[in-house]
Design a protein around this ligand. Sequence first.
Ligand code: ADP
Ligand code: MG
Length: 425
Amino acid sequence: MLGDSNSSTIVAAFCQGPPQNRTIQGRQSKLLIICSMIRHGRPPLSEKSLLSSANFTLSLLPIRLARRIQALRNLPYIVVSNPNISRIYNNYLHSLCILLPYWHAASQGYPISTRQDEIEFTNVLAELVATHTDTIPILAKGFLECRKYISSAEVTRFLDEHLRARIGTRLVGEQHIALHFSSQPHFAPEDSPTPCPEHPSYIGAIDTALKPSLTIDACAGFVADICELRYGSRPLIYIDGEPDTTTFAFVPMHLEYIVTELLKNAFRATVESKCREPVVVTIAPEPPLKEQPGGAPLIKQSTEDRGQFRSDAIKPLDDNAPGVTIRIRDRGGGISPDVLPNIWSYSFTTFSDDAEFPGPGISGGDGLSAIATASTGGSSIAGLGYGLPLSRAYAEYFGGGIAVQSLYGWGTDVYLRLKGVGNIT
Ligand code: ADP
Ligand code: MG
């Protein structure tokens, strides 16, 4: 076990990362990760590719976990000693500790090299991914309890960095798990965090031909259900634009998260303002910025060893990936000018469980009932105050974004722009 006495040294050492990783920062490292995730090829993977994917995953995770541990340690002591925050801190420490033997073996020249090693490693990984599932409501509760000791700006700064890093870390783990199980679908556990998609357009956790209209349909059904539970009515939704022909390469779980949160906001505003107009979702495909001469695939298959990537192997992924813009338009009365500056802050909400319909304005929900629902794996229509900032973090992860345009007294337009993860053929 990673005791507290030596954990500081180990965490500090990992935060440095191996020499080849120290120079790779932010956006470039994301593209590099995606490029490397895809280069393992389409499932079913050969044993060699699966082992290479496992070792690539192992090369990234301990450093990423250590950086999160370091960031949590840098919070004021009274904050990190809050039971909820320290639960998350210990979770990260535990995960790093579980991966250490694999890391040490690899650094001494014994990487994951047999099928049995890979199966064992994937099981450990699946357990780690599952252990971190509830991080968000727990952190939300912790920061709510600590609001006397840390400013909302500091919390937003910490959470923005932490949750963005978490998106990448989970994606790295989930990608290998999905590749593993899609190479042997019959062995996928029923409660696998990333159930094996049998669809041929999947490469691990990425769908290379994701159709946003299908995701929107599915999410709208789910959000209408929770709306009906809370308010007793289901708003109408109408999809226009180019729903039938628009596809792009993206992570379905990320799109589901964003669309669900944006629809919750639109549906809530619609019902609370007693509006009968449908929420209109417009899907507009975004063509690649520039064509590659000869129409060659833009992702080059890298044959290089892990850690030694050329930067030119990842640039095309950034510039040319086709994407999609989705506009979600509601007639729910818009956002009042006093609320608008706060909507991107974590924990900010105008939702209140007490009032039946709180109406526009800051009614100051404490988020506790939404946290309680989220901690048990459920979902409430609003109240956590994480929907917009976290959706924006997901959208920006691959170079997209979210813009909110409010016509106070009328309604809200939300523009979700997503860049595909690559022009994958
Ligand atoms: P939550 O939904 O939990 O309150 P969000 O981050 O999703 O948290 O949204 C923050 C706030 O932004 C909401 O409480 C609401 O006041 C405002 N808001 C977001 N979207 C809309 C919308 N479509 N119409 C009106 N208000 C909105
Ligand atoms: Mg919301």
